[in-house]
Design a protein around this ligand. Structure first.
Ligand code: FES
Length: 236
């Protein structure tokens, strides 16, 4: 049985299990923390940094989705400094690739768009890079547009951890990183892809989309991934 411990989140005294992350405990207690690379049912990646929180005594912000709670921890999830860092992260993501909602298949069903609205990102203070990466439309049913990708790796984790195919992976570093299929071959030529569509459901933006869907129709239902993961864990 997991050890019970006590901590404080936003001045509320809370009981948690020793193996839980700050994000899990916050959500259980209806304390909102914005996330982008986190998706319930998948392992944490801690890559987008939007879920940053302050922990008393720690001289840097911590990603709440990958930081486990500890006894006596004192966490702040919302402060002017955190809000400005989160806005900065979103602005950098928006400047890095081409997130032009008016032309995107996921407009209206996009977590990046929702976060920008929620966190009050009304403009971007950084120069746009306007990349022009090749779109991979070689798959029969799906399309990958790296110009709209935020490199959250939710697709790769859904594919590897839930479907067990591990078709997706990351190639390159920093702003020059991409999601690739197999050994960087066209998605339509992949020998591992099962065409299950879990990657498309897990994608928070319009980077992965189903062909033939018009703008605004690209509704996601990523919730089934956590159900599949927990059903699998029950069987162990
Ligand atoms: Fe925690 Fe992305 S949601 S780092």
């Amino acid at each position: 049985m997991n050890e019970q411990l006590r901590l404080t989140i936003d001045d509320r005294e809370i009981t948690a299990q020793a193996n839980q992350t700050i994000l899990e405990v916050a959500r259980e207690n209806e304390i909102p923390i914005p996330t982008l690379c986190f998706l319930e049912g998948l392992s944490g990646a801690g890559s987008c940094r939007l879920c940053l929180v302050e922990v008393r005594g720690v001289p840097r912000f911590l990603s709440s989705c990958v930081t486990r709670v500890s006894e006596g921890m004192n966490v702040t999830t919302d402060s002017p400094k955190l809000a400005s860092y989160r806005r900065m992260i979103l602005e950098l993501l928006l400047a890095e690739r081409n997130h032009i909602c008016a032309f995107c298949v996921s407009s209206g069903n996009c977590e990046l768009q929702d976060l920008a609205q929620e966190l009050g990102v009304t403009h971007v203070n950084y120069p746009y890079r306007f990349p022009s990466y090749d779109v991979d439309a070689s798959h029969e049913r799906f399309v990958y547009d790296p110009n709209r990708c935020v490199m959250c790796t939710r697709c790769a984790r859904a594919c590897g951890e839930v479907e067990g195919a591990h078709t997706w992976d990351v190639m390159g570093r920093g702003v020059h990183s991409f999601m690739i299929t197999d050994l960087n071959q066209a998605w339509g030529d992949s020998s591992t892809c099962t065409s299950c569509g879990k990657c498309v459901q897990a994608c928070p933006t319009g980077a992965l989309a189903e062909k033939g869907r018009s703008t605004g129709e690209m509704k996601r239902s990523a919730g089934f991934l956590s159900k599949l993961s927990s059903m699998r864990n029950c069987g162990r």
